[in-house]
Design a protein around this ligand. Structure first.
Ligand SMILES: NC(=O)c1ccc[n+]([C@@H]2O[C@H](COP(=O)([O-])OP(=O)(O)OC[C@H]3O[C@@H](n4cnc5c(N)ncnc54)[C@H](OP(=O)(O)O)[C@@H]3O)[C@@H](O)[C@H]2O)c1
Length: 296
């Protein structure tokens, strides 16, 4: 068991943040939440560049989850919010961390979109950055924390796949049509989906916080991706519903535009090389058990 740590966590009110805070507390860690609202123990104003550096006094690690949701129509203003909410917030935390001695470890959310939108082969952490808006966002997001590693402070970027939860995110949005029996594959269904169960992601963050050897890019995905067609069939079987209504790629592009192309239509087979090497154990390595845990 790790010694009790004091952890500052941004985005603690979100899908990942809520169960992560509960799990960290259950392991005996002290949590200090950072929010734009009064729900946080400490408030910050990312747009105005305001964070009281004293918020980090006595903190052993910072977990940075905050960021504007990417699930919205990508107008120019929305894209700017998606980017700046991550880059500016990281810069604020980096400045505050650099004022501490020793500087707390920095564990940040990131995304597998770093690798692009359409991969011909598997990606692992050594793969190059790909194309697309989200690749650019993740690259700038991670680069904003570079002063920390240059100062010798441990930093890790959790390049996260599709998080499976019945409470929010992609799966929760799919549940209603699937339960009504009007679910189906998206596009030709051949695109690879790299996913992770929410409980496994929470454990991966805890592993990263407690384990001094976790640093750099970490692919937070299950060991095996599935095609969208396999995902659709498995979800239909679990729900006991037919999945015979495919959603053509053209419709996705018409309704969701660029956002749809870079999310539900993206083809990303990502391997969790670093987590595997570090000995991380998945509670839900198979899609069926992850979906069952998320839905029931
Ligand atoms: N869920 C996924 O499938 C997934 C996949 C890959 C990567 N990620 C990344 O993991 C992180 C956490 O994901 P999540 O699903 O838990 O996100 P979430 O539920 O949308 O929560 C994100 C939190 O960020 C804060 N926030 C929202 N808009 C903001 C803005 N404009 N400026 C500053 N802070 C803002 C909010 O906290 P306050 O209101 O308390 O400030 C919110 O609770 C995100 O950065 C996301 O990009 C998630």
């Amino acid at each position: 068991m790790s010694p009790s740590l004091t952890i500052l966590i941004s985005g603690a009110t979100g899908l990942i943040g809520k169960p992560l805070c509960a799990a960290l507390q259950a392991r005996g860690h002290q949590i200090r939440t950072l929010s734009r609202s009064k729900h946080g123990d400490v408030q910050w104003d990312v747009d105005a560049g305001r964070l009281d550096a004293a918020a980090l006094n006595g903190v052993d690690a910072v977990i940075h989850l905050a960021g504007e949701s990417v699930v919205q129509r990508w107008t120019a203003a929305a894209k700017e919010r998606i980017l700046q909410s991550r880059v500016q917030s990281t810069r604020l935390l980096v400045d505050a961390i650099l004022q501490q001695a020793p500087g707390p470890a920095f564990i940040s959310a990131s995304g597998i979109s770093y690798y692009g939108t359409d991969l011909e082969a598997w990606a692992d952490e050594s793969s190059p950055m790909g194309d697309g808006f989200l690749a650019e966002v993740t690259q700038q997001w991670e680069a904003a924390a570079r002063p920390l590693s240059e100062a010798g402070i441990r930093t890790a970027f959790m390049r996260t796949g599709i998080v499976l939860s019945g409470q929010g995110g992609a799966l929760a949005k799919m549940l209603t049509p699937f339960r009504l029996g009007v679910g189906g594959r998206i596009g030709n269904g051949q695109q690879q989906m790299s996913w992770i169960s929410l409980p496994d992601l929470v454990q991966a963050y805890i592993f990263a916080v407690e384990n001094e050897s976790v640093c750099g890019a970490i692919n937070a995905v299950a060991p095996l991706p599935v095609s969208n067609a396999e995902f659709t069939a498995t979800l239909g079987t679990i729900l006991g519903r037919p999945t015979v209504f495919p959603v053509p790629a053209a419709i996705v592009k018409m309704i969701f535009g660029e956002m749809g192309e870079e999310t539900v239509l993206s083809n990303l087979a990502v391997r969790p090389q670093r987590l595997t090497e570090l000995g991380f154990e998945w509670q839900h390595p198979e899609l069926e058990s992850a979906l069952l845990a998320a839905i029931h």
